[in-house]
Design a binder for this molecule. Sequence first.
Ligand SMILES: Nc1ncnc2c1ncn2[C@@H]1O[C@H](COP(=O)(O)OP(=O)(O)O)[C@@H](O)[C@H]1O
Ligand SMILES: Nc1ccn([C@@H]2O[C@H](COP(=O)(O)O)[C@@H](O)[C@H]2O)c(=O)n1
Length: 346
Amino acid sequence: MPEETTTIDYVMEAASGPHFSGLRLDGLLSSPPSASSSSPASAASNRADPNATKQPFVIGVSGGTASGKTTVCDMIIQQLHDHRVVLVNQDSFYRGLTPEESERVHEYNFDHPDAFDTEQLLECVQKLKCGQSVQVPIYDFKIHRRSSDTFRQVNASDVIILEGILVFHDQRVRNLMNMKIFVDTDADVRLARRIRRDTVERGRDINSVLEMYAKFVKPAFDDFVHPSKKYADVIIPRGGDNHVAIDLIVQHIQTKLGQHDLCKIYPNMYVIQSTFQIRGMHTLIRDREISKHDFVFYSDRLIRLVVEHGLGHLPFTEKQVVTPTASVYTGVDFCKKLCGVSIVRR
Ligand SMILES: Nc1ncnc2c1ncn2[C@@H]1O[C@H](COP(=O)(O)OP(=O)(O)O)[C@@H](O)[C@H]1O
Ligand SMILES: Nc1ccn([C@@H]2O[C@H](COP(=O)(O)O)[C@@H](O)[C@H]2O)c(=O)n1
């Protein structure tokens, strides 16, 4: 077999093993929705069951307007960079307005549950849960309308985050979630942020923001958003400022994703800490457009990283050396009679 093919096989094998971005979690992500997901029985079912079908972990993130939902989601996504995570915004499913509604847009209540096409949202999350890709509409807050011809393609993932003011309102949507988070930020802080955001990013003037807030946003918060807080598994006070809460949530998600379970099954397994550089190289070698030269180059770099990490786990003995400045340095030396075996699978 030509040497090049051997390298490719080896890299692909390494990439589908425990190395992060190629981590195969088949059978580990089948936890049922949150009503039972924290029970010992479901914890047991999260362990490697070869017959279980892989299902993404669905997280709902709700809270009042400008509470920091998107910010919290971004922080969770950043910390889960070892996994495939997608964010779906409920805002994308705002209904289009009729010509009459458009003419009197200031009288339209965008904070009422009926403002959303919940059937379409439901279908979208159900498909993602089954591992299918979906086309998510793109909503423009400036013109109160979806783009008619462009969509965002959202692919199957390990984690789906569904974010929006009313994602806990409909029971069918709630039932799809494995974990529900409510971002709880004081109303005055939210109003201040909303004024700034809507004037800077959404093309509004202060008067219209305040008018809309008093007429629709606050009443709808009291009638629909706040009552849905009771469905939350976790409430995060102060949103994105609450790093402790976000760390704990990420830890929980990682446990549910089975990373720790893998280490329990193979106690001597060491999982290399992923970085964006490593993830970038994994992306490159998976790209069908990559040149042969680059494939070999980045594969070799990844292999080298594995070998270097492996060397760090070999047995050593203490060794003292004398430096050129005649001081004694106490270091280590690899044990004698070590034998490295490179296993190549065809
Ligand atoms: N902890 C924070 N401190 C300061 N500004 C924040 C904080 N969290 C969010 N913001 C700002 O407030 C606005 C709304 O935040 P965002 O996360 O988009 O809220 P939501 O998704 O709930 O509407 C944004 O302009 C964001 O930059
Ligand atoms: N055309 C629209 C549609 C919705 N809104 C407001 O957006 C808020 C929800 O988005 P957040 O990012 O704040 O969660 C909601 O309170 C609507 O009032 C809008 O201003 N214009």
